[in-house]
Design a binder for this molecule. Structure first.
Ligand SMILES: Nc1ncnc2c1ncn2[C@@H]1O[C@H](COP(=O)(O)OP(=O)(O)OP(=O)(O)O)[C@@H](O)[C@H]1O
Length: 701
């Protein structure tokens, strides 16, 4: 494993038409080496100097940066190394211009894709493929930009797998050609969150990360090397006094500033060699973990805006860059098994995976190249890093899957960096296994046979256990079935019994019209008692039809009792009937009526107990009987209690004109008065209501 420092370059953008050129920032030796001077006051000689690997002035071209700093890194991708290039700076400093560019001045992305397509195309060897992923981090959440509709895209999780931070659900698209890439990229870029601020009409509101993966399978070793280049366009730090942000922009701005401040903290912690690096404090640092003290090579482009109003931001950016250049990454090569292996037996798990080997020569070559160009920029250039253990890439966990990722080192000839020769050299490398392939298979088969012998008795025991469990389960099911069957049969029988018994009894009772059918009452009572004893009510047990029939039976008997003036029994039977028709309003009225009458009857009976009243009443009765002639048909007139019918004599019921006066009589008093009135009115053609009189007055009359 070799260490590699992050390479830092700075770029000053030109003054825009609406800006004043106050010459507050200048670049010396633009293009190679170079330093940036930030003047404390306009035209003042006092300045702060920052030196970097390369510094580019306002007149620099896109291709200058590409040819000097980016193109030389690309061949390392074909050794399975990850490269991260990110643009950092205040808003409107030219980050998007540098990374993305325009149609006339294409930026890093277009140039990198073009170069990679050429490199892949010129290589006749194994099947090299390129895939792309594109995500944005907006308000500290990761979103896929390759989805058809970014608005509907879900937030994505960031996970760590085998020492590498990944976004597992991020989509991946194959890149076959340059035009095809640009179609996909253009569509995805249009989905990126941008907004207008006072400083930039097209300001990025998110951090965008485009990843290009180059997969190089090696059919001989069954392994695939993957080189990845991450091109990161960070959102710019913002001074809200200058941007004039509205509420939504302020929220975005605070998320951007927070993530950038975490980025600064991560770099500080790495420089101090702290044991805890706050990668997890923001999604940005989590995703870029590999580039910040991880296992990839890094290039940081610091974009600077001219003008005094940006002076503070410019100094901050350059201070940040000065700190970042001390970060050391432990560069590793990404190689994984892709040949499907025979399913490994658990015994094979005891075998440890091969430890990652260091990418030595390749990275040393990079470092030496950096040192030659950037040695003078390091302010004395000591490395403060003491080889913090957490910065070392983790060894892959043992895995039973055939896709076992390993990171190994290859020796790269630094004197010859052409892709064809690198790939040729890789193909000519002997297989990592020193044993012939058939011997490996034989060993595996022997181990499997041995282990099978060991586990055979245990497996037989397990089979026997399983069989026993199955039997028991079957027995239980059969038992459950028979219990359920007997229950349902008894339920069926009981319902059949009820249907047989209740209706036939009722029918018999109705046929005999014997209202004193005590047998029926006894039968119903006993049935109810029986059901009550079973914690159940007859109502619940009967079908609606059976309830209706039972109710009718009780009603029939109640009416019979009522007509014979046995109000007590009638009331009891009406109440019973009510239990089977609780919602019947007429029946409820009837019960109230009978209750009322029964109460008055009892009261009247009590009054009759007084000796004086009994005497007076007897006299009155004699007098009335003397005065009252018999009906023409010889039948006596109806008297109190005899008028009860089953016609529904609700107290509130409106009488029909056809109903006799007596039917509307509601109370014993009324009825009595009515009886007298009927007797008196017999001779009258016209009904004249009589004034109310006391009994004494009536007697006097
Ligand atoms: N080197 C350059 N040459 C010409 N124009 C430039 C250059 N750099 C930046 N610009 C112009 O400056 C403006 C702001 O640039 P750009 O959008 O790239 O800034 P930014 O840093 O990405 O801003 P933000 O962080 O707000 O997205 C754009 O109009 C862009 O065309």
């Amino acid at each position: 494993m070799a260490s590699s420092k992050i390479k830092i370059i700075a770029r000053l953008r030109p003054t825009l038409p609406h800006e004043i050129d106050d010459r507050s920032v200048s670049v010396q030796n633009s293009g190679s080496g170079g330093s940036i001077h930030v003047y404390t006051n306009d035209g003042n000689k006092a300045s702060k100097e920052f030196k970097f690997t390369n510094a580019y002035g306002a007149d620099s071209k896109q291709e200058d940066i590409f040819h000097n700093d980016i193109e030389p890194m690309l061949p390392y991708l074909f050794d399975g190394i990850t490269i991260t290039i990110f643009a950092y700076g205040v808003t409107s400093s030219g980050k998007t211009h540098t990374i993305q560019g325009t149609a006339e001045q294409p930026g890093v992305i277009k140039r990198v894709v073009q170069a990679l397509c050429n490199m892949i195309g010129s290589h006749p060897g194994p099947d090299i493929s390129m895939n792309m992923q594109y995500m944005e981090i907006y308000k500290d959440e990761v979103y896929d930009l390759l989805v058809p509709n970014r608005e509907l895209a879900p937030k994505l999780d960031v996970r760590e797998f085998e020492g590498k931070v990944q976004v597992p659900k991020l989509s991946r698209m194959p890149v076959h050609s340059e035009p095809q890439f640009h179609t996909i990229y253009q569509r995805a870029s249009n989905q990126r969150s941008v907004g207008s601020t006072k400083l930039n009409s097209h300001s990025s509101r998110s951090h965008a990360i485009l990843s290009l993966h180059i997969d190089m399978p090696d059919p001989v070793s069954g392994k695939t090397l993957t080189g990845t280049v991450n091109l990161v366009d960070l959102a710019g730090s913002e001074n809200n006094k200058h941007t004039g942000n509205d509420a939504n922009r302020l929220i975005e701005s605070s998320a951007i500033n927070k993530s950038l401040s975490t980025l600064g903290k991560v770099i500080d912690s790495l420089n101090r060699g702290e044991s805890r690096i706050p990668y997890r404090d923001s999604k940005l640092t989590r995703v870029l973990q590999d580039a910040l003290g991880g296992s990839s090579m890094g290039l940081l482009i610091c974009n600077i805006a001219p003008g005094a109003k940006f002076r503070k931001d410019t100094v901050n950016t350059l201070n940040f860059a000065a700190k970042a250049r001390d970060i050391e990454n432990k560069v590793t090569i990404n190689e994984r098994e892709t040949r499907p292996l025979p399913k490994p037996h658990f015994a094979a798990l005891t075998m440890q995976p091969s430890a990652p080997r260091a990418a030595t020569t390749a990275v040393q070559a990079i470092n030496s190249a950096h040192a030659t160009t950037g040695g003078q920029t390091h302010h004395g250039g000591q490395t403060h890093h003491g080889g913090r253990p957490s910065m070392l890439p983790k060894a892959p966990r043992p895995s039973v899957t055939s896709l076992q990722a390993t990171r190994t080192t290859v020796t790269i000839k630094t004197e010859d960096l052409s892709v064809e020769k690198r790939l040729l050299a890789r193909n000519q490398r002997p297989s990592t296994s020193a044993l012939p392939p058939n011997l490996n298979v034989q060993i595996q088969q022997m181990i499997q046979a041995e282990v099978a012998k060991l586990v055979a008795p245990k497996e037989a025991e397990n089979r026997e256990l399983e069989r026993r469990v199955r039997e028991l389960e079957q027995e239980r099911q059969e038992r459950d079935y028979s219990v359920e069957h007997s229950h349902s049969r008894s339920r069926r029988e009981s319902s059949v019994k009820r249907e047989d018994v209740v209706p036939s009894d009722v029918a018999a009772m109705l046929a005999s019209s014997d209202y004193a059918n005590h047998d029926l009452i006894t039968r119903l009572d006993s049935l109810e008692a029986e059901l009550r004893s079973k914690n159940n009510s007859l109502y619940d047990e009967l079908t609606p039809m059976q309830r209706k029939t039972t109710c009718r039976a009780y009603l029939y008997m109640a009416r019979q009792y009522e007509s014979s003036d046995d109000l007590e029994n009638a009331l009891a039977l009406y109440r019973k009937a009510q239990t089977y028709a609780p919602d019947n309003d007429k029946l409820r009225d009837r019960v109230l009526d009978v209750e009322y009458r029964l109460k008055n009857k009892k009261r009247a009976a009590e009054a009759d107990q007084s000796p004086r009243k009994r005497h007076r009443r007897r006299d009155e009765d004699i007098k009335i009987e003397e005065d009252q002639p018999a009906e023409e048909d010889g039948r006596p007139r109806k008297r109190f209690g005899a008028e009860i019918t089953n016609q529904g004599s609700s107290p509130k019921r409106k009488r029909s004109p056809d109903e006799g006066e007596e039917d509307g009589m509601e109370t014993p008093q009324k009825r009595k008065r009515g009886a007298v009135a009927v007797g008196d009115d017999d001779d009258d053609d016209e009904h004249v209501p009589r004034p109310r009189r006391s009994k004494r007055q009536a007697k006097a009359c």
